[in-house]
Design a protein around this ligand. Sequence first.
Ligand code: CO8
Length: 261
Amino acid sequence: PEFTHFTLEEQEGIAIFTISRPEALNALNQAAWTDLLNFAEYLEKAEHLQVGIITGAGDKSFIAGADINTLTGMVPMDAVNPPCTDLGQALILLESCSKPVIAAINGYALGGGLEVALACDFRIVSENAALGLPEVGLGLIPGAGGTQRLSRLAGIGIAKDMILAGRTLSAQEAVTHNLAMKVVPREDLLAEAVKLAKSLAKKGPLALRLGKQAINRSLDVDLKTALYIENLTFGMLLSTDDKREGTRAFIEKRKPAFKGK
Ligand code: CO8
């Protein structure tokens, strides 16, 4: 696929999707929202890809939010029509993607930029990262899932601190408050993300896919129903070749060769 502001690099089943808009600290304009939607659709469908990584070019910014120049011209019905819905739709697709997605956060992750990262399964931050949802300062609120995904991930206390009081977290604070897995030097960031991606790509793909769904889909239902979803999902995996291969490989003290069947 062709993208306007992102580049796509593929290596060993891993798709590295990098935004480059240096003139705006990688802020997402309409074309970039559509790029993200096209990437989410492509990642889901591409059989040769197992993991996605989203990152930003340069040393200063991952994504400094939605492009504020775009926001100035928006009217109410834009919020429910494409291309404005492309961003929210892209993040729903990434979140529900059958493959894991990693955000490698190389600096500012603000507003819509943090919302992109929150829709990913893993977040790794570089030492210079700053994570925030400063929309109230613009007379807005997060509009691509931030009010929902942040509070579910990190709790409503820190969500209110960030969304209402406008607190920005440093890289270390992001780890402390459960927004990121780990902090690494900028020069190691992509290598760390690729290392995680490679280790994910070695796992049973069906187990990865269903495990992600069991976690994500159970958040909105009561515990008994959620446990039942887990139980049924576990039962499905018991029937797979991957389960036979994974357990046999352990007993035979060798590495499993999963086929995703
Ligand atoms: N949009 C457009 N341009 C931007 C943005 C942005 N979000 N962020 C930075 N830029 C531009 C600046 O205007 C500047 O351009 P120029 O050189 O032409 O003046 C250039 O990038 C460099 O930025 P600064 O000079 O400001 O760099 P500083 O180091 O002084 O400051 C900051 C860096 C703190 C990151 C600062 O740029 C900033 O505060 N940026 C805005 C951050 C922000 O408010 N983000 C949230 C935007 S709102 C949002 O994301 C809503 C999401 C919901 C979308 C739903 C869609 C349907």
